[in-house]
Design a protein around this ligand. Structure first.
Ligand code: C5P
Length: 316
């Protein structure tokens, strides 16, 4: 039986604006997403029976139905019953490198890899758009994780417009190991405090979402203007997460003091990224932070912007 190994990159949000409510209980967003080369490896092989199984050495990663990767396999079985009957279930092995519950879409990118992997394993021949549509039903970030690179994301975050992005921009990423922020909590808290500022009119919402296409952040990316990108970093969820999690705001302050060009929390946090001039600059910031923030719980990664999403290593 063939098997596939897939590279599943994490993402950061260079821009995250919450613009309104949705009838499905989610939020209307205007975002700019960026893939980074901090990635998990996901191996997929036929299980030889009807079962789907998830294996992962990391104790933080569940191996049951609560794992989005497992749900991705179930979704494929449900949507393609003939292929499932022919090929059977899959064993999914996740080699975890992306911090869990960090605002880096670690779970979403694993699910994205499972969709792409099963499409290949079961010879389904789906288009990328079709796989992205399936992914949207699993989580708002899954379509972006499949496509990757640099993209504007609107709607729930699943409507994507690619931007000719930047590669090889180095960042230092910081995440406290024992700190996890619940994404539903972050959005709910935001709604409680800022809900009365939401745009209610459908037409106005569409205009605001559309405005992100010509927003200064997008212009800065198109013009490859790193200092301007750093000026335009924005994340509305910081307004609720930073006051509640002092380690996150302290890390942000420390990155700025260490000379980062720009710094911001990613997604609902708690990870924080710092944009650097070069790899050498990133190494120097990493060293300064590990000395100054004497916290054994803090993990620091040097990584960089990349222009792809899920990548298939050669079949084995
Ligand atoms: O789509 P996903 O399952 O990743 O979203 C996790 C949670 O984040 C949702 O249950 C919801 O509480 C919140 N969310 C939201 N609006 C979005 C995306 C996520 O309120 N556009």
């Amino acid at each position: 039986m063939r098997s596939y190994s897939l590279i599943a990159p994490a993402k950061i949000n260079l821009y995250l604006e919450i613009i309104g409510d949705r009838t499905d209980g989610y939020h209307e967003l205007a975002m700019v997403m960026q893939s980074i080369d901090l990635a998990d490896q996901v191996d997929i092989i036929g299980s030889g029976d009807e079962r789907m199984r998830v294996h992962c050495q990391s104790l933080e990663v569940p191996n049951d139905k609560t794992n989005l990767a497992y749900r991705a396999a179930e979704l494929m079985a449900k949507n393609f019953p003939d292929a499932f009957a022919k090929y059977g279930g899959v064993d999914i092995t996740i080699h975890k490198h992306i911090p869990v519950a960090a605002g880096l879409a670690g779970g979403s990118t694993n699910a994205a890899a499972v969709l792409v992997g099963i499409d290949l394993l079961w010879n389904l021949g789906l288009t990328q758009i079709e796989i992205e549509e399936l992914g949207a039903s699993l989580g708002s970030d899954v379509p972006f994780c499949i496509r990757g690179g640099t993209a504007i994301a609107t709607g729930r975050g699943e409507q994507l417009s690619p931007i000719l992005g930047l590669e090889n921009v180095y960042i230092v990423l910081g995440k406290h190991k024992n700190l996890a922020v619940s994404t539903p909590w972050a959005y709910k808290s935001y709604r409680t405090v800022y809900g009365d500022t939401y745009i209610r009119d459908k037409g106005d919402l569409a205009v605001r979402a559309n405005a992100v296409h010509s927003a200064p952040m997008v212009q800065a990316i198109i013009h490859r203007d790193i200092p301007e990108i750093c000026q335009r970093l924005h994340n509305d969820l910081e307004k609720v997460v930073l006051p509640e999690y002092s380690q996150v705001s302290q890390l942000r302050t420390a990155f700025t003091a260490a000379g980062a060009l720009g710094t911001m929390m990613s997604g609902s946090g708690p990870s924080v990224f710092a944009i650097c001039e070069s790899k050498v600059h990133a190494e120097s910031i990493q060293q300064q932070i590990s000395q100054e923030v004497a916290d054994k719980d803090l993990e620091l990664f040097i990584t960089k912007f990349i222009s792809h999403g899920i990548q298939v290593l050669s079949p084995q």
